[in-house]
Write a protein that binds this ligand. Structure first.
Ligand SMILES: Nc1ncnc2c1ncn2[C@@H]1O[C@H](COP(=O)(O)OP(=O)(O)O)[C@@H](O)[C@H]1O
Ligand SMILES: Nc1ccn([C@@H]2O[C@H](COP(=O)(O)OP(=O)(O)O)[C@@H](O)[C@H]2O)c(=O)n1
Ligand SMILES: [Mg+2]
Length: 219
């Protein structure tokens, strides 16, 4: 049935397809919320190696959010052997950003599966396209954005020491990711800043101190 829908969608004008996807995404998310509670989202943004994943684990433990990492969802998609896997793998190795439709579909599925009303989403939106498509398809505004401010030197040092066997934690890809962060992700943070939605954290401090600052902001 869904395959048929996808095939017919190709024949329809793009705004109509987008409207349809938005209706279905909102319906799917609303139907899966316990007690019809509104879904709350916090975005965690910051350069590669700024400590987003580390602090999101702390936030989950103390504040009962479900943590969704866009990068981890994409890596799981590669490992699942999906038809998009090879393409996603190539993009990640090049330090570039995966087309929004793919990442947003993964986030949407994870939100529905999570069945919670509080999500902390890390590493998303990473460019303007991510932000605009999420707004148009999922149509949930973040409560606020936590921005992990960290020097490039420190991020590079952390990534080189991360040791998780990631294909993108090598000096060549790290430099590309830092460039993509400045060129594509910082404008998203500036956009939210212009709307007064950014809470900035000094992420160069040791991890326990960073978490103390986060507790202060989240309480
Ligand atoms: N405040 C910190 N000080 C020093 N090292 C940190 C800090 N926060 C995280 N790290 C380490 O830096 C690396 C990158 O952290 P991670 O949480 O994976 O960052 P991100 O998700 O933003 O890329 C990991 O090896 C982590 O243990
Ligand atoms: N919204 C996103 C998030 C990640 N990604 C890809 O996934 C890679 C790893 O993302 P990540 O969030 O796990 O990386 P870190 O910032 O945690 O080091 C990015 O460099 C991108 O190639 C993406 O394309 N779009
Ligand atoms: Mg991470």
């Amino acid at each position: 049935m869904r395959g048929g829908l996808v095939a017919s969608a190709r024949l329809l004008p793009r705004p109509l397809v987008r409207w349809f996807l938005q209706r279905r995404a909102q319906q799917d998310i609303n139907e899966n919320m316990s007690g019809g509670k509104k879904v709350k989202i916090i975005f965690v943004l910051g350069g590669p190696g700024s400590g987003k994943g580390t602090q999101c684990s702390n936030i989950v433990e103390h504040f009962g959010f479900i943590h969704l990492s866009a990068g981890e969802l994409l890596r799981a998609e590669i490992n699942s052997g999906s038809e998009n896997g090879t393409m996603i793998d190539t993009i990640i190795k090049e330090g570039k950003i995966v087309p929004s439709e793919i990442t947003i579909k993964l986030l949407q599925e994870a939100i529905i599966k999570g069945g919670n009303d509080k999500y902390i989403i890390d590493g998303f939106p990473r460019n303007e396209e991510n932000r605009v498509v999420f707004e148009s398809v999922i149509n949930i505004s973040p409560e606020f954005v936590l921005f992990f401010d960290c020097s490039e030197e420190e991020m590079e040092r952390r990534l080189l020491g991360r040791n998780q066997g990631r294909s993108d934690d090598n000096i060549e890809t790290i430099r590309k990711r830092l460039k993509v962060f400045v060129e594509s992700s910082l404008p998203v943070i500036e956009y939210y800043e212009s709307k007064g939605m950014v809470k900035k954290i000094d992420a160069t401090k040791p991890a326990p101190e960073v978490f103390e600052d986060i507790i202060f902001l989240l309480k």
